[in-house]
Design a protein around this ligand. Structure first.
Ligand SMILES: *Cc1c(COP(=O)(O)O)cnc(C)c1O
Length: 237
């Protein structure tokens, strides 16, 4: 299916999910996850009006930068914005801070400190999300809701002056039945609500949850940012 048609279909499904729970369509942002896909595909989505993208590897995005510059996707009145959504090793924090607009996958105090130092060195402020791990799967990254480190990190955020905290992100475990995924989305929203109450000085606006299979359920449960790869660009190779 052409990317334009896929985007139109995803847009329809986002609008339908918003209507079901009486949320304004503007309360959900659509991120196109372009990992493994070429810059030509990104340009196609950009020309359909998508200006928010997710990449999961520092090196892959760095390699795409010259072609993105050449295609004038990173410049102009409404440039594309790229979030890092994959796991980030501390030794790549400086490079990530140079090339990404937002890092959604902060999963340790050490990484947050590295990003803050890197941003101080280049004089920028970097918006971040904290990644939360709601299941015990070894393959998942993120901090558990009851981890002491989560609270330590949140309490240290005001000292990390080059980071702007925006909210939480999660990847739920896989299940064939989407109703088995719904409780994880609900749990992230409830965690956000309770942390926002505990830490009223911080902004917990963003709730990044929902991928190609399950974004409608995620929107019903309060997602503000859906990360959609396959349903826009097709299968990854
Ligand atoms: C790859 C990826 C996505 C997109 O997954 P699809 O199922 O293709 O929509 C979303 N979020 C993260 C963190 C990813 O790594």
């Amino acid at each position: 299916m052409p990317i334009a048609d896929s985007i139109a279909r995803v847009e329809e499904q986002i609008a339908a999910a918003c209507r079901r729970v009486m949320r304004p369509r503007t309360s959900v942002h659509l991120m196109a996850v372009s990992k493994t896909h070429p810059v030509t595909a990104i340009a196609e989505a950009f020309n359909c009006g998508i200006h928010l993208f997710g990449e999961n590897r520092v090196q892959e995005f760095a390699a795409k930068q010259p072609a993105l510059q050449a295609a004038e996707i990173l410049t102009g009145a409404s440039p594309a914005r790229f979030h890092l959504i994959g796991p980030l090793q501390s030794n790549k924090a400086a490079r990530a801070a140079q090339i990404f607009d937002v890092v959604d996958s902060v999963d340790s105090l050490r990484l947050a400190q590295r990003l803050d130092e890197a941003c101080a060195a280049i004089g920028r402020r970097l918006p971040i999300l904290i990644e939360i791990k709601l299941s015990s799967e070894a393959s998942k990254h993120g901090l558990a809701p009851d981890a002491g480190e989560l609270h330590t990190l949140i309490e240290r955020l005001p000292d990390l002056k080059h980071l702007t905290f925006r909210g939480l992100m999660t990847i739920p475990p896989y299940a064939d039945d989407l109703e088995q995924v719904r409780p994880y989305f609900r749990q992230l929203r409830e965690l956000r609500d309770s942390l926002a109450q505990q830490y009223p000085a911080l902004q917990f606006d963003e709730l990044s949850m929902g991928m190609s299979r399950d974004f409608s359920v995620a929107i019903e449960e309060g997602s503000t940012l859906v990360r959609i790869g396959t349903a826009i660009f097709g299968a990854r190779h």
